[in-house]
Design a protein around this ligand. Structure first.
Ligand SMILES: NC(=O)CC[C@H](N)C(=O)O
Length: 382
């Protein structure tokens, strides 16, 4: 710790953490979470589901592999800032085109190093994801009272629809497949079943996974109506991940999903998409204490008995007690028993709370994309 810290994190309860600032300067207010992934900091920072949040990385070495535009899950970082144990070092990776610190500076995100992230993680677990203000000033001048007040002024994520801020402005086609050595990204070609993917803040790797299992993907904005979706004549509909409170985004997404359900098409949802499918089927969602954010979360598939190690990023959850008749709980978290998947008993409509696209994380759950493509083909699509 230098004589004069250049970054300060103020929690709404008045707890203060000091460290070394890097990246952009200024102040950000947000909800604070922690992520336990050992790799993939760039994918995490650019995951649109992190809108309104600052991420504490429990893995101490962050920044070692630099950054590359190939690993962006969307255009620029979406998380408001990052808190790490050690200051980022010079990157060492053949894929790197830049370093983490310059990238944060260029894209207006604050970083803070030199923090006892174990103590901070414990505080997050004990308090529930706190509201915080993170300030970076190279001169080290902080108005502590103003920072604590700013943290207290953050409205929180409950009731917040953030999907409209991160969705695409217009529909577009997607044909890029998953990254594979030695060719990197390649493109899907030829006739294929048509999938409409509703973008509530979709991670690019989800779209790549859909293309990799042979879907012709059209991405549509969050506020698209059921009529507009069905006018595309899709063979299947995908509901993406995204930030904020599913109940708030659900005010317009749920009527769309219910309209599409009437058309009896295969539907697949991930994370926010899972939560909103559950809402559309009549269940309820609730805010969790500190959520699940990491790449090491064990999930049990209740139908096969198999355990998958999954990637997670969510602060809300589906209350499985509220699932209506005809909707089956298919997956549960082995950390806390919370709901991790549902399906309709009588047709290929299903969703998971976790991230089968990984990015970052293990790829145990890729079979869910294959299952979606099979369900579509089983109904006679190209
Ligand atoms: N990754 C996501 O889609 C997150 C969903 C929702 N915003 C949550 O925090 O629970």
């Amino acid at each position: 710790m230098p004589a004069k810290p250049t970054a300060c994190l103020a929690l709404a309860d008045g707890t203060l953490f000091y460290g070394r600032g890097f990246g952009a300067t200024g102040m950000r207010v947000a909800e604070l979470c922690f992520n336990t992934a050992m790799t993939g900091y760039q994918e995490i920072m650019t995951d649109p589901s992190y809108a309104g949040q600052i991420v504490t990385f429990t893995f101490p070495h962050i920044g070692n592999t630099g950054v590359t535009p190939e690993d962006d899950e969307t255009g620029d970082p979406v998380a408001e800032g990052m808190i790490v144990k050690w200051d980022p070092t010079e990157p060492s990776n053949w894929r790197a085109t830049g370093d983490l610190v310059s990238w944060l500076e260029k894209t207006g995100r604050i970083g803070m190093g030199g923090v006892d992230t174990r103590r901070l993680t414990r505080a997050i677990r004990q308090q529930g994801a706190p509201h915080v203000a993170l300030a970076h000033d190279p001169e080290g001048n902080f108005d502590i009272e103003a920072l604590v007040q700013a943290a207290r002024g953050f409205p929180g994520l409950v009731g917040l629809d953030l999907a409209k801020g991160v969705t695409c402005a217009q529909s577009y086609r997607w044909d890029e497949k998953r990254w594979a050595w030695p060719d990197g990204y390649t493109r899907r070609e030829g006739p294929a079943p048509k999938v409409v993917a509703i973008d509530y803040g979709a991670k690019r790797n989800i779209l790549r996974c859909l293309a990799s299992v042979g879907c012709d993907v059209t991405v549509m904005p969050a506020t698209t109506t059921a009529e507009e979706v069905l006018a595309q004549n899709p063979d299947g509909v995908f509901l993406s991940n995204g930030p904020g409170d599913p109940a708030a985004t659900g005010t317009y997404a749920v009527p769309m999903i219910q309209g599409v359900l009437k058309a009896d098409l295969p539907i697949f949802g991930i994370c926010l998409g899972h939560q909103m499918l559950a809402l559309a089927l009549g269940a309820k969602t609730v805010k969790m204490n500190h959520g699940h954010h990491g790449a090491n979360h064990p999930v049990k598939d209740l139908e096969s008995g198999k355990v998958e190690i999954t990637s997670m990023n969510h602060g809300f959850t589906v209350d499985s007690q509220t699932l209506p008749k005809g909707v089956i709980e298919t997956h549960v978290s082995l950390f806390d028993g919370s709901n991790c998947g549902i399906r309709m008993a009588d047709r290929p409509v299903y969703s998971v709370q976790y991230h089968p696209e990984a990015s970052p994380g293990p790829q145990d759950s890729f079979y869910l994309f294959e299952r979606f493509a099979e369900a579509i083909r089983a109904r006679g699509a190209a």
